[in-house]
Design a protein. Structure first.
Lengths: 55, 295
């Protein structure tokens, strides 16, 4: 997967993060998962999924 | 303590340091005071005393801790940009945490007098969720929102791709190249990593605020020294004159200590350090800070 991530994707990720945060609190609202969340959901997971589906 | 403000101020600091300081160093510096201690704070019998006092881990919220940490970083990495980032980030965290009732001992060990403006209550005694609910029911939440507004008004440029390429990466090429190689991240991934801090700050600010309103249902008390339902926990019963005198004496002693350390080993450590090719350091403030530019 190439190409820039659109701002709307950041907004969706933020809404998901806030919702998960309200529901689970410290599970996602921490120094490790918090800053890595956009990297995981907007980059790592989509690219890994694309690689799996290409096989 | 401040919450999301510690994330937002990283970018505000970055806006003023430009090429001269490593952003990841700033981030490490702002995390440093709570990084190894916060979990223990919530398990303590007297969280405010343990977190900010002495005996306790209050020394992590002193300027000398930042100096020592930065010196170790400089010694290990030889990176002046990282050392300055750690120092500035840690000092910013100390200054921000003056705002809660537990305060900080800025000139520990030369003064152990807590300095605070008591804008909101230190509420770690309520556990992590209770602490968050109290913070986002008080002027603490307003403080976080203020720093987000400051970021948007004066430092939004730091979030742009062009700024990341031209400043963030150029200020610390070794680290970003290592992250690119080791984690196999393209520019998009590195950009997400860089923007992760503001994402986390905004996300947790909104999430904890909503948690406080709709789950914990804590009353909103946007008044000085709020929220009311949290028991007061000022660590000092001294009057402001006594605090001023003790802190002043501690400040002078700290400055003399720094002067001595600089002449004994600090200058040699600094001269042994290295800068990326794009960095030109001036004198005084210009060692770490760039002239003002538009947002």
């Amino acid at each position: 997967m190439t190409g820039r991530i659109p701002p709307a994707a950041y907004a969706v990720a933020l809404v998901v993060y806030v919702a998960l945060g309200v529901a689970t609190q410290s599970v996602v609202l921490n120094w490790i998962l918090g800053p890595l969340f956009p990297l995981l959901v907007l980059y790592v997971i989509p690219r890994s999924a694309a690689r799996v589906f290409r096989r | 303590m401040s919450w999301a403000a510690h994330e937002f101020e990283n970018y505000f600091i970055q806006r003023h340091t430009g090429l001269k300081v490593a952003f990841l160093g700033i981030a490490l510096g702002t995390f440093a005071p709570d990084l190894f201690t916060k979990a223990f704070v919530y398990a303590s019998d007297d969280p405010a005393q343990f977190h900010r006092g002495w005996p306790g881990v209050g020394f992590t919220h002193s300027f000398i801790f930042g100096v020592a940490f930065a010196a170790v970083v400089l010694w290990l990495t030889r990176s002046r940009s990282w050392a300055l980032g750690v120092l500035i980030g840690q000092w910013a965290h100390v200054l921000t945490d003056v705002a809660d009732t537990a305060g900080v001992m800025p000139f520990f060990p030369f003064s152990t007098e807590p300095v605070t403006i008591s804008m909101w209550k230190h509420a770690a005694v309520l556990g992590r969720n209770g602490d968050a609910a109290a913070y986002y029911s008080s002027l603490g939440g307003v403080w976080d929102a203020f720093w987000f507004v400051m970021l948007v008004l004066f430092a939004r440029r730091t979030l742009r791709r062009q700024y990341f390429r031209e400043v963030i990466v150029r200020a610390d090429p070794r680290t970003w190249a290592w992250l690119h190689r080791r984690l196999k991240l393209g520019e998009e991934g590195l950009l997400l990593l860089y923007r992760g801090m503001v994402f986390y700050g905004l996300g947790r600010m909104l999430a904890w605020f909503l948690y406080a309103r709709f789950d914990a249902r804590t009353p909103l008390h946007l008044m000085w020294n709020g929220p009311e339902y949290v028991v007061g926990n000022d660590l000092s019963d001294a009057g402001w004159v006594e605090v001023l005198v003790r802190t002043g004496i501690g400040g002078v002693a700290f400055a003399l200590f720094l002067w001595g350390c600089w002449h004994l080993f600090g200058r040699r450590l600094w001269e042994r350090g290295e800068d990326p090719p794009s960095v030109t350091r001036g004198r005084g403030w210009a060692v770490a800070f760039e002239p003002h530019r538009e947002a």
